[in-house]
Design a protein around this ligand. Structure first.
Ligand code: ZN
Length: 172
């Protein structure tokens, strides 16, 4: 058996302070990482921050800040959890890190070359109150049940998709 063990948390969006839900996730990951070290594994434990997204952009604009400065401020808050929660992660990835950008672009290039990325038109019903897509079965009289005073927005755009269906059988 391999003597290496890899674990990562999700990378939370930096559109507000770290919250208790993420604390639960990262403490659980930390417990697993500690156990794996105890049984002699070499552990790579990753966490970090997702700094790309419309919510983050809008939030920084709302505060009159440059998006990168805004992210720097919040990423540092997330990284301070290491001390506050006595965590043992070994890597803290920010999606604005140069090495992360280079790796993401290389992954895109390889997927594109293999024919795993394609473009198509996409339509979705969206509740701005929830900031979530909604299916017809979730709507009540054509409205979001949590936000009945808001109109459902129909988003219609061309987008890139990953050909996940190709991996369906191997993954099963
Ligand atoms: Zn809603």
């Amino acid at each position: 058996m391999s003597n290496k063990f890899y674990i990562t948390t999700t990378l939370p969006y930096v559109n507000s302070d770290p919250h208790i839900g993420f604390a639960l996730e990262i403490i659980q990951a930390d417990a697993i990482a500690r156990w794996q070290r105890l049984i002699g594994k070499e552990v790579l434990f990753n966490t970090g921050t997702d700094e790309h997204g419309l919510k983050i952009y809008r939030k920084s604009q709302e505060l009159g800040q440059d998006p990168k400065e805004y992210c720097d401020f919040y990423a540092a808050k997330f990284d301070r959890l290491k001390e506050t929660l006595n965590l043992t992660y070994t890597h803290f990835i920010r999606t604005t890190d140069e090495h992360h950008k280079a790796a993401a672009q290389e992954l895109w290039r390889r997927c594109l070359a293999a024919g795993d990325i394609y473009k198509k038109n996409y339509q979705v019903k969206y509740c701005v109150g929830c900031e979530l897509e909604k299916t017809d079965s979730e709507l009540v009289d054509g409205k979001c049940p949590i936000h009945p005073n808001m109109e459902i927005e129909l988003i219609d755009e061309e987008n890139y998709f990953f050909r996940f269906s190709r991996f369906h059988e191997p993954l099963l």
